[in-house]
Write a protein that binds this ligand. Structure first.
Ligand SMILES: NC(=O)c1ccc[n+]([C@@H]2O[C@H](COP(=O)([O-])OP(=O)(O)OC[C@H]3O[C@@H](n4cnc5c(N)ncnc54)[C@H](OP(=O)(O)O)[C@@H]3O)[C@@H](O)[C@H]2O)c1
Length: 351
């Protein structure tokens, strides 16, 4: 059913999962973009009720501390926009209450991304898709967001027929506890603890001084669900079922920012120069590419930044019309919180 309720110019915003890695970033992004909220409600599990979170303020909400409330179906009364990052189960459990309260849920989990009545939106790629939501808009998978943001300006030069991507994904992609595990395990490892004495909870194996080619669960064809998401979500966001995508997703011992090695094959010739000009002109993309001065995007440089960074742009001589490049983005910002708040901005009455 099409959504008819208008979002007011000064909406009430709920942040569901406010104590998590993405939730805390939501609060920073709302402040950074000075989102015109008249109220910001911080929600999390009963474990966090009463906890205080620093908030820089935005709209009519002054800087100060937000007191976390336990999330229940009643939490969404009078809410206009609910930014969700509390995992798929919580999103599924709360969807009905959110929509019944008349709020639009912008969901970071994978619960509804492929549902036919749920737009999957990257504002730089398919902003118009927000228009047909029926109460829920999904934020794509973090690795997919930064990739399609860079693919879109290239696709506009010539149809993309095939993409081969290998990801180098930060520990924080698995949440705040996983980020702590990388810190603590590195310390334990340097203290001389043996592998079987290390605390391994967030990942299947040790992440300190290691790379793990396994993100989310394995599927029947031996790919992982994270890899499947990159394939399926790319087609939905780009609106082209014919793009072939081959993905290999790898967890690396980096705190923040996913890196991606991307090879693109086009229907027609696209020169490196044309691709560079298109990327430089594209919203949300920064080209950082100067081999002579060893300049290229790196996670260690880019934590806390907005948008996606592209470098190492070159011809891929292994196919007729091919380019290769390297792409880095802070996945907690552009891959999650920033993208979702940009979607929320698209919902505001346009002046
Ligand atoms: N991390 C990333 O880079 C990233 C990127 C894109 C999308 N996402 C998605 O965003 C979601 C959250 O990820 P995260 O990395 O922020 O995880 P996280 O750091 O583990 O945070 C989880 C949040 O969910 C809350 N929560 C958990 N169970 C709950 C319950 N039963 N009721 C209410 N709140 C509950 C937690 O509250 P307590 O503190 O009270 O437990 C916490 O605020 C996931 O769906 C994830 O796939 C994450």
């Amino acid at each position: 059913m099409a959504w008819t309720k208008e979002i007011p110019a000064r909406p009430v915003v709920a942040v569901a999962g406010a104590t998590g890695a993405v939730g805390r970033e939501f609060l920073k992004v709302l402040h950074d973009l000075d989102f015109p909220a008249c109220e910001v409600r911080a929600l999390a599990s009963a474990r966090s009720a009463g906890k205080k979170l620093e908030f820089g303020g935005c709209g009519d909400v002054p800087a100060g501390e937000l007191v976390v409330q336990e999330m229940t179906p009643e939490s969404f009364e009078d809410v206009d926009i609910a930014l969700f990052s509390a995992g798929s189960d919580v999103s599924k459990a709360m969807r009905e209450a959110v929509v019944a309260a008349g709020a639009v849920m912008i969901d970071n989990s994978s619960a509804f991304r492929m549902d036919e009545d749920v737009p999957l939106v990257v504002p730089e790629v398919n902003p118009g898709d927000v228009s047909w939501h029926s109460g829920v808009i999904a934020n794509p998978n973090c690795s997919t967001i930064q990739m399609v943001a860079a693919l879109k300006p290239l696709y506009d030069l010539s149809r993309i027929t095939r993409v081969v991507v290998s990801t180098y994904q930060a520990a924080s992609g698995a949440g705040a506890p996983a980020m702590r595990e990388l810190y603590d395990q590195t310390r334990e490892f340097l203290d001389g603890k043996a592998d079987d004495e290390l605390t391994v909870k967030a990942f299947q194996h040790r992440i300190a001084f290691n790379c793990i080619p396994h993100i989310d669960k394995f599927l029947e064809d031996d790919s992982t669900k994270e890899e499947w998401k990159m394939v399926a979500e790319t087609k939905k966001i780009m609106g082209d079922d014919n793009i072939k995508v081959a993905a290999t997703c790898v967890r690396v011992p980096v705190l923040r920012c996913h890196g991606e090695s991307i090879n693109v094959e086009f229907a027609d010739e696209v020169t490196v120069e044309a691709a560079r000009a298109a990327l430089e002109a594209a919203p949300g993309i920064t080209v950082m590419d100067d081999p002579a001065s060893n300049a290229y995007p790196m996670p260690g440089l880019l934590a806390g930044t907005d948008g996606a960074y592209v470098g190492r742009l070159r011809r891929d001589p292994s196919v007729e019309h091919g380019l290769a490049f390297w792409n880095v983005a802070d996945q907690i910002r552009k891959g999650a919180a920033l993208n979702a708040v940009q979607i929320a901005q698209l919902l505001l009455p346009q002046a």
